[in-house]
Design a protein around this ligand. Structure first.
Ligand code: FES
Ligand SMILES: [Fe+2]
Length: 457
């Protein structure tokens, strides 16, 4: 029992009381969804856009989260965020990516106008209004909090929320060391999934679904455990191990259409011929050290802003999936990353976006996507790995409703992140103070296959 139990936390409907058991209605109950809309989303830092979506002065995009909408715009004095509503009678001003430098923001209803700094520049028939309701502070666009990290703009509707960096915790340092702020888009896809937003995220919050969901990745890692119970690597020669790792990287690259970037594959391919120790474990170590070094050197030789892969991997914790509460992921591997953002649409649908990101030379011309390519979730145009992950989700959402499924049951060592995330959401629904929530967020964010942790309440 601590200061919060017996108080507001107890009032949270469908609250997680045993951290290993997640009540299933949290994924479909309309009242719970309404509470998230009212108490969670208005108080959290949300990845609103990649800054490369708005490279030029005047470039503007809209970020929506349920009914709320924010304009993110690049101005001469930096990237700014404004609530996306005309100050006259509320019309939404920006809908798609567009450049607003010369015309600013124009309301299509009566023609009020703003410059890209959010200053009102025109009120149609001004004399017919009482001046006291046209105060500048009233008719300029309402600013929204904005901060920047990992090449992205993050917004927050809560003026009392602690700074972004404090909410992210140690994962921010790990991603900074991998030059996340310099990553550029290769491609950007989106889909609508027929599942609750948390369920969609949880498809990526354990590692032990790989053998069954992604058999093509698992198969490369050697024979099954029966009848030989030794780890797969112990059954291979050094040369076989190296070839297996190279094959795995090809499969991962193909299956994610990224993560191992196409520029990295020829570098890895050459390592099939490297001198290797006979011992499989030693060969794995030697292989990775050479792969990290050679990929770094090849990227630097092209002028890419590559980080020191061997140094970072030796000195820092590595997680193949890193989660940033409440809805953003980065998936580092060698020098490239994939990234996900998940947003609720209704209690049982969500928008899932995927980016493939790479450290490309600053001056290299590239046709950066302005919008995601939107595909059906079962489209064959999705890379194989996310398509496999998506395939389970509609069935899982159906299963929650099947009857006699009261709660998910979680492994404390492998699925802790799912529990930590739900319990932090309960903290928001209980209206806990900003400091407690920021501390919790810094604990919940991080590597995906974590243990159930004390999040501070
Ligand atoms: S509603 Fe925008 S100008 Fe009237
Ligand atoms: Fe997966």
């Amino acid at each position: 029992m601590n200061a919060f139990t017996g108080s507001s936390l107890d009032q949270v409907p469908l609250r997680v009381t045993d951290p290993r058991l997640i009540p299933s209605p949290r994924y479909y109950d309309e009242e719970f969804f309404r509470l998230e809309n009212e108490k969670l989303w208005p108080r959290v830092w949300q990845m609103a856009c990649r800054l490369e979506e708005i490279p030029e002065i005047g470039d503007a995009v809209e970020y929506t989260i349920l009914a709320r909408s924010v304009i993110i715009v690049r101005t001469k004095s930096g990237v700014k965020a404004f609530h996306n509503a005309c100050r006259h009678r509320g019309v939404r001003l920006v809908q798609g990516p567009e450049n607003c430098e010369t015309r600013g923001f124009n309301c299509p209803f009566h023609g009020w106008r703003w410059n890209i700094e959010g200053k009102n520049t025109f009120v149609h028939e001004r004399p017919v209004f009482d001046e006291d309701i046209l105060d500048r502070a009233e008719i300029d666009l309402a600013p929204c909090r904005i901060e920047f990290w990992a090449g992205c703009a993050f917004i927050n509707f809560d003026d009392n929320a602690l700074p972004l960096r404090q909410c992210l915790g140690p994962v921010a340092d790990r991603m900074d060391a991998r030059h996340a702020d310099k990553l550029k888009m290769d491609w950007w896809y989106a889909t609508v999934l027929p599942t609750n937003w948390k369920l969609a995220m949880e498809a990526f919050q354990d590692n032990f679904h790989v053998p069954r969901t992604h058999p093509q990745l698992h198969a490369l890692q050697g024979p099954g455990p029966e009848p030989d119970a030794r780890p797969y690597t112990a059954r291979m020669t050094g040369r076989e191990t190296v070839n297996m790792q190279v094959d795995f990287m090809y499969k991962l690259s193909e299956g994610m259409a990224g993560m191992v970037h196409p520029t990295e594959l020829p570098v890895v391919e050459k390592l099939r011929d490297m001198d290797v120790p006979e011992d499989s474990a030693a060969a794995t170590g030697a292989f990775f050290m050479r792969a990290w070094t050679d990929i770094r050197d090849e990227a630097l030789s092209r002028g890419a802003p590559m980080f020191d892969i061997p140094k970072v991997n030796m000195e820092m914790e590595f997680n193949a999936v890193e989660f940033m509460f409440p809805h953003f992921f980065l998936l580092p591997f060698l020098g490239a990353m994939s990234s996900y953002r998940i947003r609720p649409l209704t209690a049982e649908t969500c928008l899932f976006e995927i980016w493939s990101l790479v450290l490309r030379p600053e001056d290299e011309a590239y046709d950066t996507p302005k919008k995601p390519t939107v595909l059906p979730y079962n489209s064959q145009d999705f890379p194989e790995v996310p398509r496999q992950d998506y395939s389970n989700l509609p069935l899982q959402q159906l299963g929650l409703h099947a009857g006699r499924f009261e709660h998910m049951r979680l492994s404390k060592s492998e699925e802790g992140m799912i529990s930590n995330n739900h319990r932090l959401i309960d903290g928001y629904l209980a209206g806990l103070d900003s400091e407690t929530l920021a501390k919790g967020s810094a604990i919940v964010s991080g590597g995906n296959a974590g243990t159930i942790r004390d999040i501070g309440f």
